[in-house]
Design a protein around this ligand. Structure first.
Ligand SMILES: *Cc1c(COP(=O)(O)O)cnc(C)c1O
Ligand SMILES: [Zn+2]
Length: 444
């Protein structure tokens, strides 16, 4: 296996033993495997669910270790892989799709049999990020780095801090001051990370981190790290395994820095190429209205030019023009969904590739649509944060537009749990909100 530039006309290759986040010409990198894994592994994965105390079988990430074996360990030799693979004692990745009948009735106006939502908030630190941080830290171990660094809208820092504490590694996290959910900041404190507050937004924090990493030799744990994305593929593996490797018509998720958009697409196309699945799903990425770079560019709403992958010849100049326009107009992202409040998504090219490979669409939703969606997810006994509400609100929008048919089988990813209690209290205290249930006052 090796690291390979995603742009076919560039195609630079590097060993997996190099700590990189870009090729020498500045493009994103993929991890590529030489041998396709055996299709009979489906049985092995099921077998491991009875883990018998092996934490790497218990882990919903490492259970699929043959499909992300960038360390090259012997995946059947416990002594070979236990020294390298990072896991929170098997705790990550215990998620699966659920039918949420109230969401289905209210939002797709259909039988509740065909809508599934997968709450990745059930991961140990409360978001899908754990799927990727455990593989990112495994790469760090393989490379012999001990200093980790990330920029974060909150959940990456929570997850990195948690794993670093558990592994005895150093974590320094850069967060946009005053712009992350209190519950997420609390986790970074709780797990003893070194916290740096950045004056500015997430995009500024990430730029800071990328330059510091270069100067200090710290390893970046953002989704620009190709090893982190390998772990996030397992979100999709678990869902498909649950469906007995039958493929839904649609898979829908929110778009922030577009790491999931990159990882899910890579995982799906590998499964397809390796013969694990016979059909390709369609995909939909949901932006917040107030932070909608992907929506604007992919749909040709800025300057009329549609930004597409175009077999790797995507229009870099269009992206740069748009970023200049944002700067000149002093554009400020505005949304309650702080996890996707990102204007310069670092994985944009990889997301374009996913959209091309899976006949994808990009939609956007408002804050109030996200908050309504969170409330109705809650009525099914699950909590999620606004960025995850975006998934549900996006499904509603696409069903209303007739893009998703009413009886299509749909899998939506709920990316994280609610970590801003004030936000939900405010929603329910306001009578006008669609699903608000304000408390009554008890009179003697
Ligand atoms: C990080 C995060 C996102 C954004 O995901 P990307 O992969 O960066 O697009 C969405 N929702 C939650 C809860 C997150 O923590
Ligand atoms: Zn390149």
């Amino acid at each position: 296996m090796h690291q390979e530039c995603i742009v076919p006309s560039c195609g630079l290759k590097y060993s997996v033993k190099e700590a990189r986040t870009a090729c020498d010409r500045g493009h994103l990198l993929d991890i590529r495997y030489a041998e396709p894994p055996a299709a009979k592994l489906k049985e092995v994965f099921l077998e491991r669910r009875n883990h018998r105390g092996n934490i790497f079988n218990e882990s919903g990430v490492w259970r699929y270790r043959e499909l992300l074996n960038f360390t090259g360990v012997d995946t059947e030799e416990y002594e070979s892989y236990r020294k390298l693979l990072v896991s929170l004692d098997g705790g990550e990745g215990h998620t699966k799709p659920y039918k949420m009948s109230k969401v289905a009735k209210e939002y797709t106006d259909s039988n509740s049999e065909s809508l599934y939502l997968q709450p990745e908030g059930l991961n140990p630190s409360g978001s899908f990020k754990d799927n990727g941080i455990c593989t990112g830290l495994t790469a760090a171990k393989m490379l012999g780095v001990r200093k980790m660094i990330c920029a974060s809208t909150g959940n990456t820092s929570a997850s990195l801090a948690m794993y670093a504490a558990n592994e005895g590694l150093e974590a320094r996290v850069y967060v946009p001051k005053g712009q992350i959910a209190p519950g997420k900041l609390a986790q970074a404190f709780q797990f003893g990370a070194e916290i740096v507050q950045v004056e500015g937004d997430f995009d500024a924090a990430l730029e800071t981190v990328l330059s510091i990493a270069k100067n200090e030799g710290a390893y970046v744990m953002n989704s620009i790290n190709p090893f982190r994305l390998e772990g996030q593929k397992t979100v999709i593996f678990r869902a498909l395994e649950y469906f007995d490797w039958n493929v839904p018509d649609w898979i829908v998720w929110p778009g922030g820095n577009l790491g999931n958009s990159a990882a899910f697409g890579k995982g799906l196309s590998e499964l397809y190429d390796w013969g694990f699945i016979k059909k390709k799903p369609r995909v939909a990425v949901v932006n917040a209205e107030g932070a909608n770079t992907l929506y604007m560019l992919h749909n040709g709403l800025y300057d009329g030019r549609r930004l597409v992958w175009n077999s790797g010849r995507y229009d870099e100049a269009l992206i740069q023009d748009y970023y200049s326009y944002l700067k000149e107009s002093s554009f400020k992202a505005e949304t309650v969904a702080s996890a996707i409040k990102i204007m310069k998504p670092v994985n944009l090219p990889k997301c374009l590739r996913t959209l091309e490979q899976f006949n994808g669409v990009v939609t956007q939703v408002s804050d109030s649509e996200m908050l309504d969606a969170m409330a109705i997810v809650g009525m099914n006994g699950f909590d999620c944060e606004p960025a995850s509400g975006a998934t549900v609100a996006g499904i509603k929008t696409l069903v209303e537009k007739g893009v998703i048919a009413k009886d299509d089988m749909v899998l939506g990813i709920l990316t994280g749990r609610l970590k801003d209690p004030d936000l939900i209290a405010k929603y329910h205290l306001k009578e006008g909100n669609r699903f608000a249930k304000p408390p009554r006052v008890h009179a003697e």
